[in-house]
Design a protein around this ligand. Sequence first.
Ligand SMILES: Cc1cc2nc3c(=O)[nH]c(=O)nc-3n(C[C@H](O)[C@H](O)[C@H](O)COP(=O)(O)OP(=O)(O)OC[C@H]3O[C@@H](n4cnc5c(N)ncnc54)[C@H](O)[C@@H]3O)c2cc1C
Length: 319
Amino acid sequence: MKLRDLAYYRTGGRCHALYEPKSIDDLSRIVKALHATQQKYFVLGGGTNSLVLDEDWPGAVIAFRRMKKIEVQGHRIYAEAGADNTDVAKAALEAKLDGVAWMHRLPGQIGGTVRMNARCYGGEISQVAKEVHTVLPDGTIRVYSAAEGIFRGYKDTLFMDNGAIVAAAVLELQDGVRGSIETRMQFYEQDRVKKGQFLYPTCGCVFKNDYKVGVPSGMLLDKAGAHKLSRPEVALNPQHANFVYNKGTGSRDILELTLAMRELVYREYGVWMEYEMEILGDLPSDLKARVEEKRPAQPQMEKLEPLRALFQKKQTSGS
Ligand SMILES: Cc1cc2nc3c(=O)[nH]c(=O)nc-3n(C[C@H](O)[C@H](O)[C@H](O)COP(=O)(O)OP(=O)(O)OC[C@H]3O[C@@H](n4cnc5c(N)ncnc54)[C@H](O)[C@@H]3O)c2cc1C
């Protein structure tokens, strides 16, 4: 199977083997076997924050189409890794539970959302995930409590380092009022539609924000004139310069565009943006060196200050 059929961004070559576990025990067995034979693998959730490379992948891929169970237990929701964020938000609505309305129409699955500590509209998965059921790289099952410091801050979790695969998460919610939850869900959906987020495949934000800089990466890109880098087959979202649309091309073109975006912002503002988009597969060596390059920050304060002021003004006015 071509991975592009599973990946939201519509890129990806063939993989050596595809595993689609049915349960955490099944996942544990698969990972134990891969570990024993030292076969490399990567995990693919919805692929909504990832770029799967078009080069064929000699390893295995683990995907979660068969682990989508969502169970409401009192104030808690148990969601398997493959449960779609929107389905979790809808299940909470049906049970009149508040705390995950922000996840409505956030593309992706609970497993990827936990690993990325995804956030939007004032919500973050770390605020509600109380327990995370995982499978460690040797295949052992390990349940983490949120109190063990698994969520380390903005787009940062322990699972990015220890290679644990999220099999399920237990979310703790509060009683809510159906009408109020539904109104917010509708607002989030309309806002994303209005911002053109669903017009073409994307992976959300390509670059993280650097809070020390005080200007979001999207604004840096916009003001640096990154829109002029768009081409017919791969283009920046006109309303959000940190989102790159795939209009019918492959992973190399997308990567080249993002490299040019990062270069432009560095030249203009001295800010070296860090990738949020996860790259899945083996990067060809020429691209690897360029993607992994690090440059020292050389913030050009006289250019950044007016942007900071503009961003703060926008935030206060809510625009
Ligand atoms: C239109 C659009 C809008 C977006 N808006 C936002 C937003 O507002 N806020 C935000 O935070 N994000 C946003 N994103 C990014 C994305 O929706 C989230 O990061 C989402 O949580 C990713 O989930 P996923 O299952 O698609 O992860 P994937 O892209 O499949 O995976 C991301 C990473 O996690 C790993 N992974 C996947 N599943 C698991 C698992 N079960 N266990 C361990 N590791 C795993 C993958 O190997 C990869 O490294 C947006 C994306 C799109 C396309």
